[in-house]
Write a protein that binds this ligand. Structure first.
Ligand SMILES: *Cc1c(COP(=O)(O)O)cnc(C)c1O
Length: 431
């Protein structure tokens, strides 16, 4: 039988580098042919061969209601009839801003942009502009989009700044980025002792979803906050993945429960707040946000920023997930999935650990949960690839790389979760 996915992949490679418009889609880590999506509905998508998959990626997080939720679809259709883009302000931008601000008390103002990359890049510029400093700290294993200053790996020691991880990033740009190990308190203390007065900000994924699922420990997050405040640096929480995903109020609401008064200076959001449309945001206290053009000296702009269809999609999504009980039900579903995977692994004697919060989960073929990137990378990649392809063959689509998180939507049924655990058990038998 001919494979339509393979035919499309071969054709795509003629006109698009690697056949994909974002590298992880190419299945390079796991091998094999990417599935070309024909359509999606609820918790499922169908590929070019008409094969159905239970979707645990959900566009890497945004599809928290599942695909094609009726209320969201209706809002998008209605907005499209009124016009695609104006390059002039609309009331819906205010509504979305107000809705987000009501969920995130750490922010008094925000600006809408079109991608997480744009939002984090702008947040860094704002932190630099507001503090008058150039250098900043990021952590190994956290992903903050593909802006030059963020594609950086650690230098040879804490006294030296980073090196580019991508060709095309000037070393001079990377030299302002200090890359530390996640959850390493000692390195954090030392970095502030050495460079405190030069630091514009610390940027961190509070739950790192780009090394699968690794939580910043409470003492680590608390110390990030204290050291930033003491040294006049800003704490930037990149909640592009975790925002409105691990909880309505994001990971910051989870940390604030354990650390009274905890709040970031700048928050970056994306993914869920756009409900699957190109939309992201960054925001913070009024005094910081008013540094932005046209009020202040920090320039930032976008032709499609606050796009009327994207804001309609985001607003409709936020209204659905703000309904009482939504996150409780979603969290329970995710916990059931994780428990099912754990017991499937235990039944087959496979070393396995997993964690979740809200509608986001991660698992590792490791006996205990890792705390940082080097520990994540100790996962057995051959085993993971077998697991990935075994699940795929059984109609379960998880991220095609062991360092990516997974996502459950409100559309996943008990039967979907049960079928997933059953598929996992079958595959674990073969590992
Ligand atoms: C996805 C992601 C980004 C980048 O967002 P894009 O919309 O892909 O540019 C930034 N930070 C985090 C934490 C992300 O998960």
């Amino acid at each position: 039988m001919s494979d339509n996915n393979l035919a499309l992949f071969e054709r795509a490679r003629q006109s698009i580098p690697g056949g994909v418009n974002s590298p992880v889609r190419a299945f390079r880590a796991v091998g094999g042919t990417p599935r070309f999506v024909q359509r999606a509905e609820g918790a499922y998508f169908w590929d070019a061969n008409g094969t159905r998959y239970i979707d645990y990626i959900g566009s890497w997080g945004p599809m928290i209601l599942g695909h094609g939720h009726p209320a969201v679809l209706q809002a998008v259709q209605k907005a499209a009839l009124d016009g695609f883009s104006f390059g002039a302000p609309t009331e819906r931008e205010i509504e979305l801003a107000e809705e987000i601000l009501s969920l995130y008390p750490s922010m008094q103002m925000l600006r809408l942009v079109s991608s997480g990359t744009e939002a984090t890049m702008s947040a860094i510029r704002l932190a630099r502009g507001a503090t008058g400093r150039s250098k900043f700290i990021k952590f190994e294993g956290c992903y903050h989009g593909h802006a030059d200053s963020l594609l950086v790996k650690a230098g040879s020691g804490l006294a030296t700044f980073g090196h580019p991880t991508s060709a095309g990033v000037p070393p001079e740009v990377a030299q302002h980025t200090l890359v530390l190990e996640y959850n390493n308190l000692e390195q954090l203390e030392e970095a502030f002792a050495l460079h405190g007065p030069e630091l514009a900000c610390v940027i961190i994924e509070p739950i790192a979803g780009n090394m699968n699922f690794v939580r910043a420990s409470l003492p680590f997050m608390a110390r990030c906050r204290e050291l930033c405040s003491r040294h006049g640096a800003l704490l930037v929480l990149d909640e592009v993945m975790t925002g409105c995903r691990v909880a309505l109020g994001g990971a910051q609401s989870v940390y604030a429960r354990a650390l009274p008064g905890f709040a970031p200076d700048i928050t970056v959001l994306g993914k869920v707040i756009g409900g699957g449309m190109p939309l992201a945001a960054f925001g913070g206290p009024r005094a910081i946000m008013e540094q932005l053009a046209p009020l202040g000296p920090v320039y930032q702009a976008g032709t499609l920023s606050g796009n009327p269809i994207a804001t309609a999609c985001g607003l409709a999504t936020l209204r659905e997930i703000s309904r009482p009980g939504f996150f409780e039900a979603l969290s329970a579903r995710t916990r059931t999935l994780v428990a099912g995977l754990k017991s499937a692994a235990a039944a087959e004697g496979v070393a396995f650990s997993a964690d979740c919060d809200g509608g986001m989960f991660g698992f590792f073929l490791l006996p205990t949960l890792p705390q940082n990137y080097p520990q994540v990378m100790k996962s057995d990649s051959d085993k993971f690839n077998k697991l990935f392809h075994g699940l795929l063959a059984r109609g379960v689509y998880i991220a095609p790389a062991l360092y990516e998180a997974g996502f459950v939507s409100a559309a996943h049924t008990d039967a979907d979760i049960e079928a997933t655990a059953q598929a996992a058990r079958e595959v674990f038998k073969t590992l």
